[in-house]
Design a protein around this ligand. Structure first.
Ligand code: UD1
Ligand code: MG
Length: 454
């Protein structure tokens, strides 16, 4: 049986008070709609139909890489009207899952159970029981069977006591959508075409309405304003944190951990507080991440320790390395095993070989460094002439004295030594010493200027 996913994403999101369309607001670093699309892809939908309206161009552009069919709803006349827009491109058979672009956390498990339940009846709904159900459409049951969904604004006093709500997530047979949707009317408190009115049509056709509940309430929480967005962000982060802990990650405080992407972690990875992990990251067994680190699209191998307040992006770090505190690895930093990178050291588009060290105040850009070399404090690879970038090559067992400038393109040989304070513009051969300094002057018994007391 074919499955389509229909995503309602035409609403403006007035309450966000934002220039960004609501479905592009970020949750865990990705647009709300991106979460929904990812889930749709995981259930292997044959077709993803997204209904757009407000901020249409911007929304489409944000997902130009995705296999999505876009359907425009020029005027937002209600949820039923929105789904009417897809009828011309909706298959005649199969089932459709109807989701909201502003309900980002619905799980594959919930949708799969909804699909299973709805396949038997032709229509199903995800419902939830809330302490405070005000504002939501209420599920009216008789003898346990769903009889109607009544919108809050249309509900009477008795119906407003009902705590079971419509989450706005449905699964309906395409044949029925084609049959029912053209018959919707907007004769209600809001003058809108309510998708929820298909419940009455299903009952009139003698169908029973299946319902399921999500495992976790936050799955079906919708976003209307920034407080809700922030609250859901925390809940989602806590959920991700728990998953990582179940996999053997030691989070010092799961309430102060943020994952904006995906983390594959081995056993006994330990992550201190206020760490942000972004994009696609992989940490091997025993990796330790100190407080306040921000790590994006980076692989860190077994046993490496990253000390506090280090920032990595698009980097690869080998085993048993020690990095930080306050280290910065920029795109293309590739560090071998047992490398040490210390405080205020920046590495960009550079390879550092096995066991080499740059422990203090250094810039390594466009460099290739061999094994067991020592880069002294304050070394700068001068890789840029204002227009072009050049390579610095440093061999194995080299020693670069403190406060040296290596003006690329330049090559420092194996076992070579550079004297402290040098500006090196010519290659240094293997095993040689190069230094470049003004001759030291000494004035004996020198009297410094004295302050005169007023
Ligand atoms: C809807 C349900 C309500 C349910 C609630 C759950 C109806 C009539 N009511 O109410 O039972 O409890 O969701 O959150 O369906 N949208 C469009 N085009 C439109 C109107 C809406 O694309 O013309 C989109 C919105 O962008 C949003 C979704 O549909 O993503 C839901 O619309 P919204 O206006 O929030 O519906 P509610 O009144 O909250
Ligand atoms: Mg709503």
């Amino acid at each position: 049986m074919s499955t389509s996913v229909i995503i309602l994403a035409a609403g403006k999101g007035t309450r966000m008070r934002s220039l960004l369309p609501k479905v592009l607001q970020p949750l865990a670093g990705r647009p709300l709609l991106a979460h929904v699309i990812e889930t749709a892809k995981k259930i292997q939908a044959d077709k993803i139909l997204t209904i757009f309206g407000h901020g249409g161009k911007q929304v489409q552009q944000a997902f130009s890489q995705e296999q999505i069919q876009w359907v425009e709803q020029v005027e937002q006349l209600g949820t039923g009207h929105a789904v009417q827009m897809v009828l011309p491109v909706l298959a005649q058979d199969g089932m459709s899952l109807i989701l909201s672009g502003d309900v980002p956390c619905v799980s594959v498990d919930t949708l799969q159970r909804l699909l299973d339940a709805s396949s038997k009846t032709g229509i199903g709904i995800v419902t939830l029981t809330l302490d405070d159900a005000s504002g939501y459409g209420r599920i009216v049951r008789d003898d346990g069977k769903i009889q109607a969904i009544v919108e809050h604004k249309d509900a009477n006093q008795q119906q407003r006591q009902i705590q079971e709500i419509n989450t706005g997530i449905y699964c309906v047979s395409n044949a029925k959508l084609h049959q029912w949707l053209p018959k919707l009317s907007n004769d209600n408190a809001q003058g809108e075409y309510y998708l929820t009115d298909i419940v009455a049509m299903a009952l009139a056709d003698g169908l029973e309405i299946a319902s399921i509940q999500p495992q976790q309430a936050f799955e079906v929480e919708g976003i209307n304003d920034r407080s809700q967005l922030a609250a859901l962000e925390r809940q989602f982060q806590l959920f991700q944190a728990k998953q990582l802990m179940q996999q053997g990650v030691h989070l010092i405080d799961p309430a102060r951990f943020d994952l904006r992407g995906e983390l594959k972690a081995g056993f006994d990875v330990c992550i201190d507080i206020n760490v942000i992990i972004e994009g696609q990251c992989e940490f091997g067994d025993g990796v330790e991440i100190g407080a306040g680190c921000i790590i994006k699209n980076t692989k860190i191998a077994v046993g490496t320790k990253v000390k506090a307040y280090s920032i990595f992006e698009d980097a690869i770090v080998g085993e048993d390395a020690v990095i930080g505190p306050f280290a910065r690895l920029r795109p293309g930093a590739v560090l071998s095993n047992q490398v040490h990178i210390g405080n205020f050291v920046e590495v960009k588009n550079s390879r550092v070989g096995l066991g080499s060290k740059a422990n203090h105040f250094t810039y390594l850009g466009d460099a290739e460094i061999g094994e067991n070399s020592n880069i002294g404090a304050g070394t700068i690879t001068c890789n840029y002439d204002g227009a072009n970038k050049y390579l610095t090559v440093i061999g194995n067992d080299a020693f670069i004295g403190s406060n040296s400038s290596l003006v690329a393109p330049v090559k420092i040989g194996n076992g070579a030594t550079v004297g402290a304070g040098s500006v090196i513009t010519h290659d240094v051969a293997d095993q040689s010493l190069a230094f470049e300094r003004a001759k030291q002057m000494t004035k004996e018994n020198y009297q410094r200027p004295q302050k005169v007391k007023k």
